[in-house]
Design a protein around this ligand. Structure first.
Ligand SMILES: Nc1ncnc2c1ncn2[C@@H]1O[C@H](COP(=O)(O)OP(=O)(O)O)[C@@H](O)[C@H]1O
Ligand SMILES: [Mg+2]
Length: 308
């Protein structure tokens, strides 16, 4: 288990991570969500001892990273898929890591296969797409059969097959009792694989809950209604106890009534209905609400310039 306690990181006068506390549990895929610049990568780097906390600490099974006897069997991570020597082949890259950590070359073969890189194992990484580099980075992260797997934005650049592969892989890892922490700036990528979600914005913890709790928290459904005379319909529905908001595109937003009640009320007054839709607000909408106005625009610009 990984315990994060009062973790903070300042860069000059910039607070990248602000007094963060949470645990990463075995057997669970934990989604680490937040807009660009929220502090996800910085937190992951501090867990991996790649960045020094300004305050607070990270403990891995009670120990600090530097005191781990075999770090590769405790934590495996993908932080930056591009941070590889482009002149190496996938096989050479994995063999180097394996050799440094006393991992067998059969394990390298196994991971090349598992990551779907078998056919390109002897190609130089410079020829790889970002998706292939992500697969390679994930293979490298899993090489030491670590108890905890940390993946920073692994969905970036993956194609449809890659996304499916990664979803199954993370679920299998959790089923095998591993702790998986996987970051993303998109709710849609996380909601299908994570059991629990931690949401960051501007370095601060905004939410820490299960997907189930989050689903319950997201607003209840409403109806979108468009008719030949919305003003008249609005009056009729209000009399039946509806809460109504007028919306652009000539639609009414109706709460507190069922579809059948709206349809019947319209029929009774001979009003033609042009649209009647039930809308279930998504987790994406809840995520946007939670983090709205908390996007770090400065760093977003930085990220854009970094990506060219
Ligand atoms: N090495 C660094 N030096 C200065 N500022 C940094 C550095 N790394 C990250 N930051 C800043 O810290 C904040 C959090 O960044 P980051 O952890 O990369 O966020 P995320 O991964 O959620 O997009 C951003 O404002 C970013 O610009
Ligand atoms: Mg990041």
């Amino acid at each position: 288990m990984i315990e994060i306690k009062n973790l903070s990181k300042n860069y000059q006068d910039k607070i990248a991570v602000d007094n963060l506390s949470f645990d990463i549990m075995p057997g669970v895929v934990t989604g680490f969500l937040g807009p660009n610049g929220a502090g996800k990568s910085t937190t992951m780097k501090m867990i991996l001892n790649l960045a020094r906390p300004s305050n607070g600490e990270v403990r891995i099974d009670g120990k600090h990273y530097i005191d781990l006897e075999q770090p590769v069997s405790k934590i495996g991570a993908l932080i930056d898929a591009d941070a590889v020597n482009p002149k190496l082949t996938a096989e050479q890259h994995l063999q180097l890591i394996a050799a440094a950590s006393e991992i067998s070359s059969t394990r390298v073969d196994e991971m090349l296969q598992k990551a779907g890189l078998e056919k390109v194992r002897n190609k130089q990484i410079r020829e790889y797409s970002l998706g292939m580099k992500q697969r390679l980075g994930i293979a490298a992260a899993l090489l030491g059969k670590p108890e905890t797997v940390i993946l920073d934005e692994p969905f970036n650049g993956l194609d449809v097959d890659g996304i499916k592969w990664l979803r199954n892989l993370t679920k299998d890892l959790a089923r095998a009792g591993k702790a998986v922490l996987i970051s993303s700036h998109l709710m849609s990528e996380i909601q299908t694989i994570a059991e629990r979600v931690i949401v960051l914005a501007q370095g601060k913890l905004i939410a820490d809950m299960t997907i189930e709790e989050m689903s319950k928290k997201s607003f209840s459904s409403y109806l979108r209604v468009r008719s030949e005379n919305n003003i008249k319909l609005q009056g009729l529905l209000r009399n039946k106890g509806a809460f109504i908001q007028q919306m652009e595109q000539n639609c009414l937003i109706v709460r507190n009534l069922e579809m059948e009640e709206v349809g019947t009320a319209a029929k009774e007054s001979s009003l033609a209905i042009f649209e009647l839709t039930k809308v279930q607000p998504s987790l994406e909408q809840l995520f946007t609400e939670l983090t709205d106005g908390k996007v770090d625009y400065v760093s977003q610009q930085n990220m854009n310039t970094k990506k060219g």
